[in-house]
Design a protein. Structure first.
Length: 90
């Protein structure tokens, strides 16, 4: 089983080749950090960095955002969103 959304925080690489977080990343982190206040997301900025990296690796952040919003802070539902829309595995 691949790691769930907390991986966003662990994989935030400063040398990732991207233009920064998208608006969807901003919205996704707002839900996870501000609305749901998950302990795995202590800082908004680190969530954004991880999300930008994740998006650069092929994650469907827009799809995941919609799923996470519908999950209404239910941890198990959020995990399922990661499985459904997370990073594309090769």
């Amino acid at each position: 089983m691949r790691p769930i959304l907390p991986l966003l925080l662990l994989v935030a690489c400063e040398d990732a080749a991207n233009d920064g977080p998208s608006e969807q990343c901003d919205d996704l982190c707002a839900v996870l950090v501000t609305e749901c206040a998950y302990g795995a997301y202590p800082r908004f900025e680190s969530c954004l960095q991880g999300c930008a990296w994740y998006e650069d690796q092929g994650a469907d952040v827009a799809g995941e955002l919609g799923c996470v919003e519908a999950a209404a802070c239910d941890t198990f539902a959020v995990v399922e969103c990661e499985h459904a829309y997370g990073m594309v595995e090769e």
